[in-house]
Design a protein around this ligand. Structure first.
Ligand code: UDP
Ligand code: MG
Length: 317
């Protein structure tokens, strides 16, 4: 299988048929083998029945129905697990992404990239509750993860099958896929893609998504930079706080012992004690984190590195 197109759909009964038609038109011209993996994320409308019916005309459709609504990221993960293509395309099921962009993305991938992310430069969504928060989020994510992209929210992406299989997606992490892939060593490119207004069905998200994105960013940053060395996050804070607390305690002791001053009622004393306590807590939290990190990595049976290739005179690997 050359190409898998993975699409999560939730209550998109009017969209699936036109979408599948567009994908077939865009891909059949390429002369490559392909499948379209549609994951019905527990839709409550007729989406699944539509998908089932579509299979008679489009045998390359693979339909996975989840038992309930698990959310876009989980649905994507289900689709990625079921995808067999050497290249995997991710896109939305609301027909806002344009399948006509796929051939150009494949060409870009062939230039030597592992993942090509779409950039909806003419994004057709409302400004205040969509484009503005997304602009801020993109800056923040680019700055924090060092993977500079204009549009983390664009689902349309092309990536190599190995990259797709290597992703572990949780919560609402799908928008961080380029950053997660980069952390695993993937070469990332960005490409302008077409974007269209939502013509049928309604958006599944509101403005509250922005807050969750910020929290997810913390997780991604922490996991990508420190998951193998958590005590390097907590340790320095703990040491600094403890040291400051010690200095305060030392200063107050000198005041008391050599100058006979009353220190019992001084706010500084409280601060000193607080800082020492916080210091201890952060350092021990770091150590606990180290233990958790070992359990985490060893239980996953997943090395802390990713091998690109091995040159060995005797065995070809
Ligand atoms: N989606 C999903 N499960 C959900 C919510 C959304 O599979 O719980 C799908 C939805 O059907 C669509 C894609 O995720 O194919 C993006 O959703 P939407 O278009 O509502 O998001 P927006 O483009 O408004 O950010
Ligand atoms: Mg949409």
């Amino acid at each position: 299988m050359d190409i898998s197109v993975v699409i999560p759909v939730y209550n998109e009964e009017e969209n699936v048929e036109p979408l599948v038609g567009e994908i077939a038109a865009a891909l059949s011209a390429l002369g490559k083998s392909y499948e379209v993996v549609l994951v019905d994320d527990g839709s409550k409308d007729g989406t699944f029945a539509k998908l089932k019916a579509l299979r008679t005309n489009f045998p390359m459709l693979k339909v996975i129905r989840l038992k309930r609504n698990f959310g876009q990221t989980a649905a994507m993960a289900a689709g990625l697990a079921g995808a067999q293509g050497a290249v995997v395309i991710l896109m939305d099921g609301d027909a806002q992404n344009d399948p006509a962009d796929i051939p150009a993305m494949l060409a870009k991938l062939d230039e030597g990239y592992d993942l090509v992310a779409g950039w909806r430069f003419n994004r057709q969504d409302p400004f205040i509750n969509r484009r503005l928060p997304s602009m801020i989020a993109n800056r923040l994510i680019s700055f924090t993860t060092h993977v500079k992209l204009h549009d983390y929210g664009c689902t349309l992406k092309a990536m190599r099958g190995e990259v797709a299989k290597d992703l572990r997606l949780y919560g609402e992490m799908h928008r961080f896929i380029p950053a997660i892939a980069y952390e695993r060593g993937a070469r990332i490119a960005e490409m302008k893609v077409n974007h269209r207004p939502r013509l049928r069905g309604i958006s599944k998200y509101g403005i509250t998504r922005t807050l969750r994105v910020v929290l997810d960013l913390l997780t991604v940053k922490f996991l990508s930079s420190y998951s193998t060395r958590p005590s390097h996050v907590f340790g320095p804070i703990g040491l600094a706080s403890g040291f400051l607390g010690f200095l305060i305690g030392f200063y107050l002791s000198v005041q008391k012992l050599f100058y006979g001053q009353d220190i019992g009622g001084r706010p500084l004393l409280l601060l000193g004690i607080l800082l020492i306590f916080i210091g201890f807590q952060f350092v021990t939290m770091g150590l606990l984190g180290e233990m958790l990190a070992r359990t985490y990595h060893e239980s996953q049976d997943r090395p802390v590195y990713v091998v690109g290739e091995i040159l060995d005179g005797r065995v070809a690997i």
